[in-house]
Write a protein that binds this ligand. Sequence first.
Ligand SMILES: *[C@@H]1O[C@H](CO)[C@@H](O)[C@H](O)[C@H]1NC(C)=O
Ligand SMILES: *[C@@H]1O[C@H](CO)[C@@H](O)[C@H](O)[C@H]1NC(C)=O
Ligand SMILES: *[C@@H]1O[C@H](CO)[C@@H](O)[C@H](O)[C@H]1NC(C)=O
Length: 339
Amino acid sequence: MFVSLLVSALSVLCPLGQTSLPLVVNTWPFKNATAAAWRTLQSGGSVLDAVEMGCACCEMEQCDGSVGYGGSPDEYGETTLDAMIMNGNTMEVGAVADLRRIKNAIGVARAVMERTDHTLLVGESASVFAENMGFIAEDLTTNKSLNIFTQWLKGNCQPNYRKNVFPDPSMSCGPYKPKATLNQRKRVAQHANTRSHDTIGMVALDQNGHVAAGTSTNGLTHKVPGRVGDSPIVGAGAYADSSAGAATATGDGDVMMRFLPSYLAVELMRAGADPSAACKTAISRIKRHYSDFFGAIICANTTGHFGAACNKVPGFSQFHYMVSNSESDTPLMKSVDCI
Ligand SMILES: *[C@@H]1O[C@H](CO)[C@@H](O)[C@H](O)[C@H]1NC(C)=O
Ligand SMILES: *[C@@H]1O[C@H](CO)[C@@H](O)[C@H](O)[C@H]1NC(C)=O
Ligand SMILES: *[C@@H]1O[C@H](CO)[C@@H](O)[C@H](O)[C@H]1NC(C)=O
């Protein structure tokens, strides 16, 4: 009796999350996206609405050329989009990959979640689904993406992500055929100084402890057509569980998706890890195998505490991300030193 009185007195004196919820956190200094998500929460929208609006803002603004239309042309010169949204209360997920001709990839991801029993739709069929759901089909190519593509062709298609094919992909445009023997080939380095930022990943929490996460990207420039990165893969690009927290990752998706860093970070927070520590462990796990991978992750727990971590490589020693919570009216940029 006495103990329970003491506990309830404490919870009045020191209410959990008083200063830190609601919360929006996203990768890179994509401030307008943070503001769009925050406004959505403030005007009564759900955390899913916030994540959708935040990512959609980046899709419209073509954040850094790495989200939305007109960026990252593949080997054919086409821009394709990957996106995911996850509801941390119900564990529902909707995702699209290799989506063509539709600008609002996060919107289509949400439609997959809400209008099918599936989790992930890909390629042409995802575009047909989107059109049926009322999304407008339009060309995602712009003069800018066309220019990136023609410069790449002129430069003998470098960088080039193929290996163990002939003619030698380090100096030709193919068409490629498989080589009889497999050789080790150094991975094409994807350091921050040679590429733009690559994904918006966003996490939102409301005052009731409802958590959501989402991503949107146009992937890797000059990728082999059909390539899907980490962003639309559950537990890789993002993960949300209202009983533990949420995380979202950005960087060299081909490597990062092999380690499910967002899932790992959320499980570490469930076990009591501080968000920064959970993020660091998720990065270290990848580093053990790929010491020079380019990547970062942000983590938030259910009380609205957050952190981030990144892998230090040439040209990338600090990662910037955005935060909105009740402590400030405008989104704040945060930085973390890479490990
Ligand atoms: C952010 O929004 C402001 C105001 O609408 C706009 O002027 C600015 O260009 C936007 N930033 C980016 C990077 O698009
Ligand atoms: C794209 O390039 C074409 C021809 O080079 C030009 O007519 C057009 O105005 C350009 N569009 C934009 C949006 O710059
Ligand atoms: C979230 O992380 C903070 C900072 O480490 C910690 O004080 C808090 O207890 C954590 N919340 C939960 C629910 O674990």
